[in-house]
Design a protein around this ligand. Structure first.
Ligand SMILES: [Mn+2]
Length: 466
């Protein structure tokens, strides 16, 4: 803790003594919110700042960074690319890294604050950037909201059903500031501010609720039985956030009973949802999960600057464009899901897989895989491959599974890392979701290798075969 406070202070000196700062950040929700926090904090200090968003730090994108003597602050990336920075001649006194990905061993490391170095496994770049901003000016607590979006976007709340550790302290800042309301022990369901209630409930997949998940008829019968109206008094679709406490309680306990009746645990039924009180109701900016999706939609469709404009307060043209991106994002994901379900996955003993070729942008294939999994055999991890538009010799692999399978011993990240070791690819991620880049010619071998590794992981824990 002492270490972090001291390191943040040093970072503060470094950044605020600069005349000009170039922010280089990642295109996802965490990267966009991190960059927006830092940019706004620097504006307050009257420090000139520019933003560059990249999909990843590689030789091509690194050449886009202006070399004008400004201080380069890398957000949500950089720790793992220090040798690349060195190879491109970035001097150590003009670079600062704020990241939460594993650091690359480097002869002479660049200066960085990396959440992992302080033992924080669930603290995203936006969280760390927020701590730095707060160090600059206590008024920057107004950005607590953006820090929460970044953390939620990076799934930091998923495993523990709420933010923990230093991210939890940021939530408290937001509550004290009056911009965040925590809905404690709330239903673990996505789309609480914008999705029509019956749709939000039928999309629940963590936990998977028999008779409710993927079952719109079941949901409608449930709501009717409980007397919860599908539309509000204005005639609009009801949304979860706007229901009365009584209706929310009725639905939650009915779903808990449904799980119980099917012999399922209800330990993942409740979560914490974060509502942003200063945003309009029934918009995707109203809660952390949907806000993060909006930013991801902007980033994945190559418009990170639109996301950043929304983060810096634009509710006019940029916001309308962001809403449009979100709509488009959802449409393409739905098409991808339909394609996966129509085509069907090929089953091996311990996984199922599918190659979608070049039909869909690689930036959304992982998301589609996660969503499709709830409609496939959930007990088998799902591996999706796709071609990369910029390099047909490389295949991108996205893999997803569910909590139950992780609990039985599956670790997708470890499986992909082990499998690429033999074929010269790259892999990373988490136990529940991971990805890799592999040479296109080894696809078949690779899939079977991953299958074998998963078999070993699940056997070790004494799981039953099917
Ligand atoms: Mn991140």
């Amino acid at each position: 803790m002492m270490g972090l406070a001291r390191d943040l202070e040093a970072a503060l000196d470094l950044v605020t003594e600069s005349e000009k700062v170039t922010i280089v950040s990642h295109i996802d929700a965490d990267g966009i919110s991190s960059a927006s926090i830092l940019e706004r904090a620097l504006m307050r200090e009257r420090i000139d700042a520019g933003c560059l968003f990249v999909r990843q730090l590689e030789p091509f994108s690194i050449r886009q960074i202006p070399r004008d003597g400004s201080m380069c602050v890398f957000l949500d990336l950089g720790s793992g690319q220090q040798n690349l920075l060195e190879a491109h001649g970035f001097s150590r006194d003009r670079v600062f890294i704020i990241d939460h990905h594993v650091s690359q061993p480097c002869r002479d490391p660049y200066r960085e604050v990396n959440a992992l170095a302080y033992g924080y496994r669930k603290f995203s770049a936006a969280g760390m950037t927020y701590l730095l901003a707060k160090e600059m000016d206590p008024d920057n607590v107004e950005f607590a909201k953006l820090a929460v979006v970044g953390n939620v976007g990076d799934m930091m709340a998923r495993e523990d059903l709420g933010l923990t550790g230093p991210a939890r302290e940021i939530v408290k800042d937001g509550v004290a500031h009056g911009s965040i309301r925590v809905m404690e022990r709330d239903l673990n369901c996505y789309g609480i501010s914008t999705r029509p209630l019956h749709i939000a409930l039928s999309y629940m997949d963590d936990p998977f609720v028999p008779g409710i998940s993927n079952n719109s008829g079941g949901v409608l019968r449930l709501l009717q039985r409980l007397g919860v109206p599908l539309r509000n008094q204005q005639g609009d679709w009801s949304v979860w956030e706007d229901l009365s406490d009584e209706h929310r309680r009725l639905i939650t306990s009915a779903i808990a009973q449904q799980l119980l009746a099917n012999g399922k645990t209800h330990e993942r039924l409740l979560t914490e949802n974060y509502i942003f009180l200063d945003e309009a109701r029934r918009t995707p900016l109203r809660n952390a999960g949907e806000f993060a999706t909006l930013l991801n939609a902007c980033g994945r469709w190559a418009k990170p600057l639109i996301g950043r404009a929304v983060c810096t307060g634009d509710r006019g043209g940029a916001y309308r464009e962001a809403e449009h991106m979100l709509k488009h994002h959802r449409t393409v994901i739905r098409e991808l899901m339909e394609y996966i379900l129509d085509t069907g996955a090929i089953e091996l003993s311990h996984l199922q897989y599918l190659h979608v070729g070049g039909r869909f942008p690689d930036t959304i294939v992982g998301i589609g895989a996660g969503l499709a999994l709830s409609r496939l055999k959930r007990e088998k991890p799902f591996l999706v491959m796709c071609r990369l538009p910029e390099d047909t010799n490389v295949t991108k692999v996205s893999m997803r599974t569910v909590e139950d399978v992780v609990r039985r011993g599956a670790d997708l990240q470890a499986a992909l890392v082990e499998a690429v070791a033999g074929c010269g690819g790259e892999a990373g991620g988490h136990r529940i979701a991971a990805g890799a880049y592999i040479p296109a010619e080894v696809e078949e071998v690779f899939v079977h290798q991953v299958n074998g590794i998963l078999a070993g992981q699940l056997d070790k824990t004494g799981a039953c075969h099917r």
